[in-house]
Design a protein around this ligand. Structure first.
Ligand SMILES: Cc1ncc(C[n+]2csc(CCOP(=O)(O)OP(=O)(O)O)c2C)c(N)n1
Ligand SMILES: [Mg+2]
Length: 338
């Protein structure tokens, strides 16, 4: 078991880092726009923003293969985008439109795309830990060269599902990387109010599972830790657990009185913002100029504007579509393939 390691220890190309920067910025601007659309009631229901946590999703995506699987909870707009789902389909889903990635019937919490190997988007806290473990079982059973990254929050880590899953995954050496995004709070409850052991990575001890605690405000640490974990899981050695220390700047969802933390605490994390950190790395290492950053900002703004225009122009699903896609039809090609 290891505590936070100092990065970067690997070598990186300019293109790779600029891509990471661009992707994280796109997710941030997309969600800032989503928050605005929510206040205009163009997005309704729940909306849980990932703002502040972007380095976790991007670091994971950069360290795994496109064909691998990713599954997570309801704070998943960023993961959906990093997996390659177009912003148009994400924005349309947020607005409940037919052109959304879940045909407008999943909304913010239930984005899913088999094509992008993104298995959700789950609203039941911790349920995806068992599902991700099952996906890893299927990978092993079919002898595929894949892994399943199974993400969950610090609150979800306290569900019984984690223990049953950890036990089985170790027993059968399943190719799963468990990632706990410890953003310090489960709704308004801090980790120290709900947990005797606040270093969540230590939960893996009971199962002899390798585990690390990682600085999630630094994309290099996340990337390098996920590389180690993914190599381990892919080589047949079994599961690996990463606790990523991160922070959400916004409330739990759009209705959050935020009485459980101080403004100073939020500001202190913003000082260590993961996007600003990468930007400063690029700048100080002469890998990008002010002009480069301005161009990226403009490109991202255009992508967000295009996604919003597309979503606004799209229709809502017709009432008769309510009962479609609820159950898988027995003759559905997807089942035959499996
Ligand atoms: C089984 C279950 N219990 C309770 C809830 C209500 N609930 C929704 S989010 C949440 C907090 C989860 O916190 P965490 O796992 O840390 O994830 P985060 O929101 O910080 O990403 C709770 C208790 C739920 N959706 N499902
Ligand atoms: Mg949390």
């Amino acid at each position: 078991m290891a505590k936070v390691k100092e990065p970067p220890t690997l070598s990186y190309t300019r293109e790779q880092l600029l891509h990471w920067y661009r992707q994280m910025l796109a997710v941030r601007r997309m969600e800032e726009k989503a928050a605005q659309l929510y206040t205009q009631q163009k997005i309704r229901g729940f909306l849980h923003l990932y703002i502040g946590q972007e380095a976790t999703g991007m670091g994971i995506e950069a360290a795994i293969r496109r064909e691998d699987y990713v599954i997570t909870g309801y704070r998943e707009h960023g993961n959906a985008y990093f997996r390659g789902i177009p912003m148009r389909a994400i924005m349309a889903e947020l607005m409940g439109k037919e052109t959304g990635i879940s045909r407008g019937k999943g909304g913010s919490m239930h984005m899913f795309s088999r094509e992008h190997r993104f298995l959700g988007g789950h609203g039941i806290v911790g349920a995806q830990i068992g599902i991700g473990t099952g996906v890893a079982f299927a990978i092993k059973y079919r002898e595929e060269d894949l892994i399943c990254v199974t993400m969950f929050g610090d609150g979800a880590a306290r569900q019984g599902m984690l223990h049953e899953s950890f036990n089985m995954a170790m027993l059968w050496r399943l190719p799963v990387v468990y990632v706990c995004e410890n953003n310090q709070y489960a709704m308004g409850t801090s980790v120290s109010r709900s947990s005797n052991v606040t270093d969540i990575y230590r939960l893996a001890c009971a199962y002899d599972m390798p585990a690390e605690q990682v600085d999630g405000m630094n994309i290099f640490t996340v990337y390098e830790a996920v590389r180690r974990a993914a190599d381990h899981a892919r080589s047949g050695k079994g599961p690996y657990f990463l606790e990523i220390l991160t922070y959400r700047y916004r409330g739990h969802s759009m209705s959050d009185p935020a009485k459980y933390r101080t403004r100073e605490e939020v500001e202190a994390y913003k000082e260590r913002d993961p996007i600003a950190h990468l930007q400063s790395y690029l700048y100080t290492h002469h890998l990008a100029t002010e002009e480069d950053f301005n161009t990226i900002e403009e490109e991202v703004a255009a992508e967000v504007a295009d996604a919003v225009a597309f979503a606004e122009a799209s229709p809502f699903p017709a009432p008769e579509q309510l009962y479609e896609d609820v159950y898988v039809q027995p003759d559905y090609p997807f089942l035959r393939e499996w």
